[in-house]
Design a protein around this ligand. Structure first.
Ligand SMILES: CCCCCCCCCC(=O)SCCNC(=O)CCNC(=O)[C@H](O)C(C)(C)COP(=O)(O)OP(=O)(O)OC[C@H]1O[C@@H](n2cnc3c(N)ncnc32)[C@H](O)[C@@H]1OP(=O)(O)O
Length: 249
């Protein structure tokens, strides 16, 4: 089983191509090596919820695409052996800090009420329901996104900002896998066709090139059967040191 955990220090953030920074696979891993300061209750380090798993709000198209990719993910069999698969489901928590070594602890120390807004949804299905998969052999990332009724922009359809959010999420994750911690420097979106509320769409990203601190990524968003193009987009991400973010510089 592979597990890569982000240490919150400067340069050691990049992982070999075969592993993913910021990402670990709960399904196969022993508990992370969070070290509780003495005197704190062990419940303080409860495992964060993985929001990328199905819930009762997921409709048939969302479930179909989830199953399509999840069935191609490597996993540990009941016999304890590793089954190979080209795809990996990327767990998703409501704070990036929770990916870090000791991150559950840190997330309670630093802006403890802060939450990733795409995962700050108490009403399942009302806003962003999504799951990301990564294929390291093909260097492809896909997102399956079901748009809830609270994402309305034009009547009955998804707001362009919510669409941009999901694009940024998929390509930002892909850029992070490719280069370690990054921030979006530039995002260009061509909105080709509106997305009806409640629909499930598919996002597919590819890394075009890396140039020093820069990584260029493209993304297409289509209907769940791939027949309609909703958006095509390009983005530039620039590598940063996480310590810069935490120190506010
Ligand atoms: C598990 C993780 C999942 C993550 C998913 C979610 C992803 C969400 C991502 C986000 O939403 S990030 C939040 C929105 N973005 C920001 O707030 C970024 C704000 N901007 C910055 O912090 C800085 O401007 C930035 C880090 C992007 C760049 O500053 P630097 O000082 O590091 O860059 P520098 O000036 O050294 O430039 C490096 C190269 O990038 C180029 N560059 C920088 N900004 C650019 C820009 N905006 N457009 C075009 N090129 C740009 C710059 O010209 C230069 O090119 P060269 O190396 O060829 O000289």
């Amino acid at each position: 089983m592979t597990r890569s955990i982000l240490p919150l220090t400067g340069r050691s953030l990049r992982a070999p191509k075969s592993s993913c920074v910021f990402i670990y696979d709960d399904s196969k891993a022993p508990p992370p090596p969070f070290s509780a300061p003495q005197g704190l209750a062990s419940g303080f380090f409860s495992k964060p919820r993985d929001f990328s798993l199905p819930n009762s709000s997921w409709g048939p198209e969302m479930m179909r695409l989830y199953e399509q990719y999840n069935s191609q993910c490597g996993e540990e069999t009941e016999g304890g052996e590793n089954r190979e698969g080209p795809w990996k489901r990327l767990p998703s928590y409501n704070r990036f800090l929770k990916y870090a070594t000791g991150g559950v602890y840190l997330s309670r120390m630093i802006h403890k009420k802060a939450r990733l807004f795409t995962r700050n949804n108490r009403d399942q299905g009302a806003t962003f329901e999504y799951v990301l998969f990564f294929n390291s052999e093909e260097d492809k990332c896909v997102g399956v996104f079901q748009a809830g009724h609270l994402l309305e922009g034009p009547p009955g359809h998804v707001h362009g900002g919510a669409i941009a959010t999901m694009i940024d999420t998929v390509i930002g994750t892909h850029a992070t896998i490719a280069c370690g911690p990054v921030l979006t420097a530039n995002l260009n979106i061509n909105y080709r066709r509106p997305i009806p509320l409640g629909n499930t769409v598919l996002l597919e990203s590819s890394v075009d090139k890396k140039e020093g601190k820069k990584v260029f990524v493209t993304c297409k968003m289509t209907s769940s059967d791939g027949s309609k193009l909703h958006t095509d987009s390009t983005a530039l991400f620039v590598s940063i040191k996480v310590s810069q973010l935490l120190l506010g510089s």
